[in-house]
Design a protein around this ligand. Structure first.
Ligand SMILES: Nc1ncnc2c1ncn2[C@@H]1O[C@H](COP(=O)(O)OP(=O)(O)OP(=O)(O)O)[C@@H](O)[C@H]1O
Length: 475
């Protein structure tokens, strides 16, 4: 039987299949097409540069062993990269890697026949299209379990995190969704899990990414026609940590791609960790099928820490920073800042800074001034619900009336003001604002924002509404 590119490649595939995970085989080897066999060189066509890069980084050894078995010690592999269909042209076209490159390949020593990586393709975490962004694990080693202090408010979430870190993908906490209010430690805990997994299982690919960055990467990938590469990239991660998933609200394209990535990871026993500022039942504008996935594992809440936990967090911070502080001052701060650990830490840092810059002794009086100023100056996170409540109270109506379908002028104006402030003070998308304020579409919200802008520069009374509500919302 004559030896063809196909027959050589089939034999290689049989060998490779026996030696790697079925899913990896399916993802990285099934799409390859054997194209040509000349002398000792087998040319294979791969779907993209990213694909090529991945093979080189992860499977070069097995490729070398299998091909050497087939073609002998002088075996060489040539990649042909199939370009993606960039300009709406239905016909895909192929691009050979530059001949100079191929020649270099052929002239290389047999011991390194596969070592043909071009430097720009070295990093497997570079998604084509966002080529210069190095992703790595993105974990912050300062956010560890040791310095995430335990209390009643976070015991469940912390223990679940520890269990996941011990056996990623192997517990029923998959996904693990950590939710809670602003500054309560969601990001810290999510990192701690990732850091611990990396310590215990250095070979695992762990990736921390904010939902916002994930969305941006996806938009870029779509723009550059790299959607499939984007999906492939995320599908090979062992532990995927996505922070602030509520950001996906109203972004149906990103939700859709995340749904596919999530399913793939989950089916393959990979761990998914999510954080959110609200429980799944309270998430707005997230598709039902995705919400139901979020509920598959464990949703663990981080609540406001109690007084004792707040004191321990402060003491721990001071200890780590090597600063001593009288007990009554620590207690004063812990008593007065209750609902946000970031503010708690911020106040103590300001206190230390003030006392050292101004050479002032740390007294209760100084603590009082700082805590007052600090709390006053801290911009509170405003929710769309809160905005609707403030606006409807201001116009002496209830929220249902503000959201109703009526065209009565003063109600329409109240609704438009609520939309305007939601756009100004929250990160929600126009679509999400519209759906939360009376189930309107994004165009209505856009129109509302323009109307409020126009009216406030032409109508004195209306300007007063805007100023009054601004004041109420900034208290
Ligand atoms: N239990 C804890 N022990 C020690 N430090 C904590 C604890 N909880 C929160 N912190 C600290 O509080 C700060 C805020 O935490 P983090 O950024 O994780 O909050 P978050 O819930 O993600 O906030 P956001 O809602 O703004 O995203 C961090 O410096 C973190 O280290």
């Amino acid at each position: 039987m004559s030896v063809t590119a196909q027959s050589v490649w089939n034999n290689c595939l049989e060998f490779i299949k026996d030696n790697i995970q079925p899913q990896a085989y399916k993802t990285w080897f099934e799409p390859i097409i054997a194209v040509k066999l000349t002398d000792n060189a087998l040319s294979i066509q791969v779907p993209s540069k990213f694909f090529y890069e991945w093979l080189e980084e992860h499977y070069v050894k097995i490729l070398k062993v299998s091909l050497t078995k087939e073609l002998g010690e002088k075996a060489k592999l040539v990649y042909i990269i199939k370009m993606e269909n960039t300009y709406g042209n239905k016909q895909p076209f192929t691009e050979r890697i530059p001949s100079s490159n191929r020649n270099a390949l052929k002239s290389q020593d047999v011991d390194v026949p596969f070592n043909n990586k071009s430097p720009e393709l070295r990093n497997p975490f570079v998604i084509p299209g966002i080529r210069n962004v190095k992703i790595e694990s993105q974990l912050n080693p300062n956010y560890s379990f040791e310095n995430f202090l335990e209390g009643d408010s976070n015991r469940l979430a912390r223990s679940a995190g520890l269990a996941v870190a011990t056996k990623p993908g192997g517990t029923s906490f998959n996904p693990l969704l950590i939710f809670g209010g602003v500054g309560l430690g969601k990001t810290h805990l999510a990192h701690a899990i990732g850091v611990d997994i990396k310590d215990k299982y250095p070979e695992k690919t762990v990736l921390y990414i904010s939902a916002e960055k994930f969305t941006q990467q996806y938009i870029d990938a779509v723009k550059k026609n790299n959607r499939n590469d984007f999906i492939h990239f995320y599908q090979i991660i062992d532990v995927l940590i996505i922070d602030d998933v509520q950001f996906l609200s109203g972004k149906s394209g990103t939700q859709d791609v995340f749904f596919h990535i999530f399913n793939h990871l989950h089916q393959n026993g990979k761990q998914v960790i999510l954080t959110s500022d609200k429980a799944p039942v309270d998430m707005q504008d997230i598709e039902q099928r995705l919400l139901s996935r979020f509920k598959w594992g464990l949703s663990a809440e981080l609540q406001n820490p109690d007084f004792e936990t707040r004191v321990s967090i402060l003491k721990n911070k001071l200890y780590r920073d090597g600063v001593e502080m009288p007990e009554d001052i620590i207690e004063y701060v812990a008593k007065n800042i209750k609902s946000n650990v970031r503010e708690l830490e911020g106040a103590i840092i300001s206190l230390i800074a003030q006392s050292s810059f101004n050479k002032k002794e740390i007294t209760i009086d100084l603590a009082r001034t700082i805590v007052e100023k600090f709390v006053k100056n801290t911009k509170r996170e405003v929710s769309i619900d809160y905005i609707q409540k403030i606006v409807s109270d201001y116009f002496l109506m209830d929220v249902d009336t503000l959201q109703s379908k009526t065209r009565k002028r003063h109600i329409v104006q109240a609704r438009q003001l609520a939309m305007f402030f939601a756009k100004k003070l929250t990160k929600a998308s126009l679509a999400s604002i519209g759906s939360q304020i009376g189930k309107r579409d994004h165009a209505t919200v856009l129109h509302a924002c323009k109307t409020v802008d126009n009216l406030s520069s032409t109508d004195k009374q209306f300007r007063k509404y805007v100023d009054d509500i601004t004041k109420k919302l900034s208290v």
